[in-house]
Design a protein around this ligand. Sequence first.
Ligand code: SAM
Length: 246
Amino acid sequence: MKQNIYDNPVFFKEYISLRESGVTYNDFVEQPAIKSAISSLKDKSILDLGCGTGHFAQYCIVNGASRVMGVDISRNMIDQAKKKNGHEKIEYICTPIEDLDLHNQKFDLIISSLAVHYIEDYSQLIVKVKSLLNKNGEFIFSTEHPIVTARNDMKNWVKDSKGNKLHWALDNYQEEGTREQHWYIDGVIKYHRTISTLLNTLIDNGLILEKIIEPQAIPSGLVQMPKLVNEERRPSFIVIKSRSLS
Ligand SMILES: C[S@@+](CC[C@H](N)C(=O)[O-])C[C@H]1O[C@@H](n2cnc3c(N)ncnc32)[C@H](O)[C@@H]1O
């Protein structure tokens, strides 16, 4: 099932206002980690799967990329991307990743920031990614950590009567598949996969694993968002970097 929550007006308004605050898990945990995994952007052709409002596409161009293609299912996100992060070297396409058909095109870097947990068929995604990578091309993606998506209700902190976080509950780990969450709106669907599925599907498709990051908050993030200290108790995200040798 392809879900397009970012075109839900309530969700979109809340999400954009959160991201525009600049005080988010993205700013202080996930983005620094995924950027740290990139070897180089200079003269690279880049495909951004689930590009959102295009800030990463713009970052690539500023850092010397030769061209970027940004793909997103959400018309709202693509419209914002064109408006706020448009550039002659960036092409934005509004389509589900699952339907993306780019036959003859190849890229030096395929990146996907926090979109893979919305994709039902991970195996098909990796086959597609592999077919779109140049020789030596990198595939770097971040996703919600399996210890976050595992528990069926995704309510993981066990708290005492005063609301103090006692520990993180992990359950249902081997039950891969749909999880439903309230995130601004009811019925947000994500897909849980185990670490072994995330990694072995890459390996089975001929990709070489190069780096795994379970990121912690950067120091300025801890100052602006003290609750990020909890990333030391359990990681919210995982960043996986792989490479195609053929
Ligand atoms: C958490 S946002 C991240 C956006 C961007 N990568 C960033 O880091 O700011 C996830 C994005 O994935 C997009 N998305 C979700 N499912 C998708 C799908 N099946 N095909 C394409 N884009 C999808 C959403 O519309 C949204 O823009």
